[in-house]
Design a protein around this ligand. Structure first.
Ligand SMILES: [Zn+2]
Ligand SMILES: [Zn+2]
Length: 238
């Protein structure tokens, strides 16, 4: 299969051929990659900044992955070949105290696909059954692959804010980029107040202009108002 390998720091990734992975452990799953997001973390990895997180080249990068289950280990019960899945990028054992407290990022056996283990910049990636998130029918893996990192990062932040977002409140997303534009959408869907988007005016408006306008209604609840023209101001609402 093809894979984009980080072989040396400060060098472009190398497109190589390597054997397709196969399930080895009973809960292993091989996923045919349908989409793999490029994250700023990948750039940091190339710059040699991810060693504290456990990265040691050579490694196939790519931690924002989605695709279709291709092959499963003998004990896999929650996925079958052909299933469309998003891949949670952290490997966690499910057995240690932190995993049992739902603090998977602090798992004693923590790994991270695309940093400490080969990731999704390849035709196939080997993951654990525990990392699979089934996708609903009709959702193309390539359309949602970045949600496996950028999406859950934004969701984590917004979820912590939700108890404060009662009707009449206003929240601001500063920096509407790869993570922020998801936070903006989550705030609109989950929050009870209105949303501001102050900040730098660089993100493609084709992505933000159709849904980022938010005007509080009479009862203070968020109301969606699509834009007819690209915004001239860098403040969406007030
Ligand atoms: Zn990422
Ligand atoms: Zn664990």
């Amino acid at each position: 299969m093809r894979a984009a390998l980080l072989n040396e720091y400060h060098r472009p990734l190398e497109l190589i051929e390597k054997p397709e992975p196969e399930p080895v452990a009973p809960r292993d799953v091989v996923v045919k990659v349908g989409g793999a997001g490029v994250c700023a973390t990948d750039l940091h990895a190339q710059e040699g900044l991810m060693e504290p997180a456990g990265l040691k080249p050579p490694v196939v990068l790519g931690h924002e992955n989605a695709g279709w289950v291709h092959a499963i280990g003998s004990d896999v019960t929650t996925a079958k070949p052909g299933d469309a899945v998003l891949i949670y990028p952290a490997y966690s054992c499910g057995l240690c105290v932190n995993c049992r407290r739902a603090l998977d990022m602090h798992c004693e056996r923590h790994q991270f696909f695309g940093l400490t283990r080969d990731g999704g910049f390849a035709d196939y990636v080997l993951v654990d059954e525990r990392s699979l998130i089934p996708l609903p029918d009709g959702v193309e893996p390539a359309a949602v692959a970045p949600h496996s990192d950028a999406g859950i990062t934004a969701y984590h932040a917004v979820k912590r804010l939700l108890p404060r977002l009662s009707p009449g409140t206003t929240s601001a997303v500063i920096g509407v980029g790869g993570v922020g534009h998801i936070a903006l959408q989550l705030l609109k869907v989950l929050g009870g107040g209105s949303v501001l988007r102050p900040g730098v005016y660089w993100f493609p408006f084709s992505l933000t202009s159709t849904w980022s306008m938010d005007r509080p209604g009479r009862n203070g609840m968020s109301r969606y108002a699509p834009l007819k023209e690209p915004l001239k101001s860098n403040v969406i609402d007030s």
